[in-house]
Design a protein around this ligand. Sequence first.
Ligand code: SPD
Length: 277
Amino acid sequence: MAERKSLWFNELHSPTTGIVLEVGEPIAFKRSKYQEIQIFDNEFFGRVLILDGCVMTTERDEFFYHEMLVHPSLVVHPKPTDILIIGGGDGGTLREVLRYKEVNKAVLVELDRDVIELARKYLPTLSVSFSDPRARIVIENGVSFVKKTPEKFDVVIIDSTDPVGPAEVLFSSEFYLDVKRILNEDGILVFQCESPIYHLQFIKEQKEILSDLFENVHFYNTVVPTYPGALWSFAFSSDSVDPLDIKREPPAGLKFYSIDIHRAAFALPPFMRDELA
Ligand code: SPD
């Protein structure tokens, strides 16, 4: 058999494990002011976005993540009209938020203009909603935006990179307190919260921090094949909204999320439930 000479991307998930993806076609590479941005095509996963050496999203499996980051909160909030997204420069989260006719305003605050520009150019299925009239794109550090904005929001969604480097502060008690200040009554904070397989201790610490600030703190899981462990968690916090009290049907045409999946996602596997108890 002929030797396959190819270029491979690899991301270590621990000193002895990780993921490898063949770089079929390199599409873009940029060292921005904040991070290294890489986009390439992989035969199986399609177009892949990498930030600082970590897989952020791929065309083939992005819906597992973006649908599950957005829909559980949007179907349980009594009236989700004003939504804030911190991060999410590829546009996938914004696309899901704007599926709801109830949403009047979605503000997306992204630190790195280059991520948005590259997504517009090379990730059209994700960045499809940047020009929606209900969307406002703000290029700013999420921490400073939240600290000084006079606006209030019904749902704040944090679509960040992993909690290292510039994103670390987005997982702090101080930041969550600032978020709480800009939440309307019945407000929900939801964010991506890493892998129950690799980062269970981190998830536990997040639960402790959030429980000091919110009445209802719940975690739920999804599958994301290209993320560490393939099992991925989200943190849902609110003072009044019950994450299992469904208020509306999800939009038609979703590929992973459904009301049955919603209920199942909040049922934590015992190894996680017991650790967080
Ligand atoms: N380990 C990867 C975690 C990345 C979470 N955010 C992805 C952003 C996709 N919109």
